[in-house]
Every structure is written in C-alpha cells, then in structure tokens.
Write a protein that binds this ligand. Structure first.
Ligand code: RTP
Ligand code: MG
Length: 209
C-alpha cells in the first residue's frame, strides 16, 4: 500500500470543546505522521471551495455557517493508506451512527457537529491540501531523527560536568559541617530524664528547653 497524505480538519466543535489534543493524539497513536498543521478560520470563500460538491444540498448553508463560525485546526497527516485509515478512524458521518471506537463515535452524538473532516480520495486529498497549505508549509521529516541525549555538544557536557562537581563539593561541605554541630538537646521531659542532667544539657548546648 502506498504512502499517502490526507487533509484532516478538526472542526469548530472540536476546538470549542478542547478536543484538539485528544483527537490529534488518536491519529499520532495510530502512527500517522504530522507534516503540516495550523489553527485558522475557514473563510466563506474557502468553505465554498472545500464543500463544492455539497453546494446545492439543503444542508450546505448550515454546514457553511458552522464551519466558518470559529477556528478550526487544519493538518496534513502522512502514512500508509492514510486516506482510508483516517476515514475509518473518523467513523460514520453522523455522530449518532458512528461506531464506538471511532472518533465521531467516541466524542459526539450530533449529526451536524461531527468534529472532524478527512479527505475521501487521493484526488480530494490533493485538492484539499492545496486549499489549506502552501508547499513550504509541509515539512519532510523522519521519525527518530531528532538529536539524542548521547549527542550532547561539548559545551553542554562541560556545563553538566562542572554542575555535578559543584554539587558533590557542596554535599561534602554540608557533611563536614554537620559533624561539627553539637548534639541537640532532647525536646521533652522524658527524653531529658533519659539523657541525664538538665543543667548539664543546658550548659553544653545552650538550649533553654
Ligand atoms: P466530511 O466531508 O466533513 O469529512 O464528512 P463526510 O465525508 O463524512 O460527509 P459528507 O457527506 O462529505 O458531508 C460533509 C459534511 O456535511 C454535513 N452533513 N450534513 N444534514 C445532513 O444531511 C448532512 N449531511 C452532511 C456533515 O457535517 C458532514 O461532515
Ligand atoms: Mg466528505
């Protein structure tokens, strides 16, 4: 199966309900790679272009009002068969029909506010990605290619070494200071009796208790 890119929109209801992280996390957990993302408002012109196929349908005015009502998150995800995989993860169009385990099935019950859009074919994906992203906004990267801890630069290594040397010497100084401090006087009468003369304790420690 081919590597594909797909356009995913987290619709205004997803943003309003603070579900952006939860929904993105589901796609990432599946293994889909984020190659572009932005928080934006869908303009009426963009709504007309995006939902061109639905413009003559009776639900279009409501759909357009909803999609332009507040910010959305647009993202491009990449992965093996990403288009079909994302559609399957999203579930049926209406929340009330969507299977549990799908995004629409797990997070909503509304038929109008269904949280997420995903391209439904390679042609649609190509067209839709171009509506939301310029080529330079889509980033090529490989998982696991970030610098690792063992690759600390010499300056950072030196800084960490001198910090741990300072910590060791402070702890040595604290230990030897503790050894010089006289034993503290017992704090209650029973302890005082157990440890001998109160007067002697006061004299040696200066503790009036
Ligand atoms: P989407 O395009 O948003 O990913 O959703 P979809 O493919 O599952 O559904 P589609 O048929 O393309 O419809 C686009 C959006 O229009 C709204 N809708 N309302 N009231 C209705 O009968 C009706 N039908 C569709 C939904 O918000 C749907 O996501
Ligand atoms: Mg659709």
């Amino acid at each position: 199966m081919a590597m594909e890119r797909t356009l995913i929109l987290l619709k205004p209801d997803a943003v309003q309900r603070f579900l952006v992280g939860a929904l993105l996390s589901r796609f990432e957990s599946k293994g889909l790679k984020l190659v572009g993302m932005k928080l934006m408002r869908m303009s009426p012109e963009l709504a007309d272009k995006h939902y061109e196929a639905h413009r003559a349908k009776p639900f279009f005015p409501g759909l357009k009002r909803f999609m332009t009502s507040s910010p959305i998150v647009a993202m491009v995800l990449e992965g093996r068969s990403a288009i079909a995989v994302c559609r399957k993860m999203m579930g049926a169009t209406f929340g009330s029909n969507a299977e549990p385990g799908t995004l629409r099935g797990d997070y909503g019950i509304s038929n109008s506010y269904n949280l997420v859009h995903g391209s439904d074919s390679p042609e649609a994906a190509q067209k839709e990605i171009a509506l939301y992203f310029r080529a330079e906004e889509l980033l090529e990267w490989k998982p696991g290619s970030a610098p690792r801890r063992s690759r600390r630069g010499p300056a950072l290594r030196g800084l960490l070494r001198s910090r741990s040397a300072r910590a060791r010497s402070a702890s040595r100084a604290l230990r030897s200071a503790c050894e010089r401090v006289p034993v503290l006087a017992p704090r209650n009468r029973a302890e005082r009796a157990a440890s001998g003369s109160t007067a002697r304790t006061r004299a040696t420690t200066g503790n009036p208790l």
